[in-house]
Design a protein around this ligand. Sequence first.
Ligand code: GLU
Length: 445
Amino acid sequence: MDSRLEAVRDTVLARNPGEKEFHQAVIEVFESLGPVHDRHPEFLEGAILERLCEPERQIIFRVPWTDDAGRVHVNRGFRVEFNSALGPYKGGLRFHPSVYLGIVKFLGFEQIFKNALTGMPIGGGKGGSDFDPRGRSDAEIMRFCQSFMTELYRHIGEYTDVPAGDIGVGGREIGYLFGQYKRITNRYESGVLTGKGISWGGSLVRPEATGYGTVIFAQEMLKTRGASFDGQRVVVSGSGNVAIHAIAKAQSLGATVVACSDSAGYIVDEAGIDVGLLSQIKEVERGRLTEYAARRPGASHVAGGSVWDVNGTVALPCATQNELDGDAAAKLVSNGLIAVAEGANMPSTRSAVSVFQEAGILFGPGKAANAGGVATSALEMQQNASRDSWSFEHTEQRLTEIMVGIHDRCAATAEEYGAPGNYVVGANIGGFVKVADAMLAQGLI
Ligand code: GLU
């Protein structure tokens, strides 16, 4: 790391003790930014990095709710409004028992650069709760969402902060959150949340966008080596919204997706995963992957273990942070891997990224490869602002243009800064310069 940035890094780490995922995200970005500061001493003088690492506002609140038996539970809610240089804070809400401030800050920090890369007018933020939705009834989920919004509503708005989904927050939760926001404020303010239902202000393609976008990004990387998805053997982790749509898109481009996972294990289906069955089990029945193996002839389920033991030419990690470590990366490389695109946020550890890069594998980091989700959220905001709704074809076309644009910008930036083919450098510098320029232009705030 550039020595001028080391002191800033040390200060950031000391000011945010115990937030290891936030530290990891900051260090990974700082490692790319030395050459930018050679060309732009004004960023150092303006203390851009110190300001960027300190969220503009952090809100932590109590979320009390009752279960179906009438018992009272208390969870913790978060919203970190990280940076508004380019637009209103934008980023999802995650409901998962692992959520604490360090996770919300890593996600919010990454979101700043991701959102900048989309070229859309959106700042960076993230939120969520340590609430565990697993096994909860619809009525319990509704009461939790209503309680969460009863505090959150005062902090958000279409020109202020626009939350959406992330792990544990999908269309059902956005519905309950929107309903409570409308009830408290007496405003039908469509642009306050994205990921809404299609009949009440949502955008076509938003559910598919993150997974589709990840595959489009990977396809662009493959093209630089004269390859495509056609004939690739693909391994995906996760089996939620991002994974399901990544599998569908990869298979529509001629690949065979042979494996995916959930927290209890993984399935192998050499014939190619049946997306209809997977979606029925995971999205409609909210069931487990063991069900898939039980209903699909020829498929097998492996309890526990790592999906990265399955060999493939393309890996799409679409589950969660730090799910792919250095050992798993080395195994994938020795099994014939040529490309990785991250559908999840920071799924590869820093040592896994080094293994991929040293082996010359095409590696698309999440803040570039999974930006299709938030980009389509920005398209939803655009439709809401003009009281319009676009066709599937038009919206998918916009998504494709945006993903190709992000790929090309990352590739060109990496080249410009002397690291051709390094999409980590390209994404970090490309996102950072845009935000830094806007921060300088807007003065010391
Ligand atoms: N949670 C998604 C992400 O990580 C989407 C955020 C959004 O649509 O605002 O980018």
